[in-house]
Design a protein around this ligand. Sequence first.
Ligand code: SAM
Ligand code: SF4
Ligand code: SF4
Length: 370
Amino acid sequence: MTTKLIPIVDQRAASHVPVIPVIPAHRPAPSGTLPDTRGRLLRDLRISVTDRCNFRCTYCMPKEVFDKDYQFLPKSELLSFEEITRMTRLFAAHGVEKIRLTGGEPLLRKNLEVLIESLAALKTHDSKRLDIALTTNGSLLSRQSQALKAAGLKRVTVSLDSLDEATFRAMNDVDFPVADVLNGIAAAHDAGFKSIKINMVVKKGVNDRDVVAMARHFKGSGHIVRFIEFMDVGTSNGWRMNDVVSSAEIVRMINAEMPIIEAESNYTGEVAQRWAYADGSGEIGVISSVTQAFCSTCTRARLSTDGKLYTCLFAQSGHDLRALMRAGKSDEQIAGAIGLIWKQRVDNYSEIRTEETARMKKVEMSYIGG
Ligand code: SAM
Ligand code: SF4
Ligand code: SF4
């Protein structure tokens, strides 16, 4: 029998170290082209709009840690919609083109469509519309899809780890039924979201036997299932390399039943590797953050629920942009600070991961956003 080790630590511990960003004296105006130390441009911003969730997925917010005594952020600590919009505008000036709203469960944030409306009114550095996407567990999609679409949301990703009732209920650990997520996906489709992505985190011995059924269910639907390797995000999910099912293994399992052929990336830096069904009935994706690092093309920044900028999913500390905002700094000063942080970025965690680094204190995914 294996024992699950759940360290009792403050889940945001690493992020509590206040790193107040430096405002550089020399602040060239944002040009939309901001390379880090490896030449990676700032292109994507993931925004966590809440650290709360109505699920307790065992690999993300295990009940033993995120229990009734867990201290979630008080409302005053959250970035307001105005603050998020202001930050997004500054990031867009630096080159961000894609926004992903996440959490926690983003649909728990009240009136999220109001935020989406103001983000949709912003422009990229070259005067295009921002591409606004959402990652959700799908539980509230049935109710909210129409409003989200009307507000200007472009794309939706729904997480669903199994179609097997018992497995799914055990993984979300709040006994949430599969059918309600499937209804949410159908509602999003009816509201006009096309090519919905379905994220399935695969954990060995937990849901790996459900991979082929998941692929089969969505084959031909126009939706794209993406199989994600179980990652060592945060400190509380008891990650071990032995629990990871490699993307190569997932591709092998699916290919054995329904032949697939590797497809070209849609764009440089695409996180998922694409595989198309040989019979032309759609595609799947695999996200190999553990077995095949994609740090060399990582253009993603993350803004935590309380306004800290993280330049890597596995970062140990963030840069407190909220402190600058609430201290009354100007757009020009904050943009200068963002520029300096990104210019100095060296992150490449997935390239250097070991069992040892996996045990290091890192911020939780529910706080920093997936
Ligand atoms: N609550 C929303 C959801 O589940 O879609 C959004 C936030 S969640 C943190 C974003 C994504 O991260 C989900 O697709 C989830 O499955 C994935 N995720 C969470 N913990 C993970 C882990 N340890 N390894 C790989 N993916 C993980
Ligand atoms: Fe909640 Fe998403 Fe984490 Fe599951 S993966 S606990 S739904 S934030
Ligand atoms: Fe990007 Fe960090 Fe993930 Fe590498 S480990 S792909 S730098 S988020």
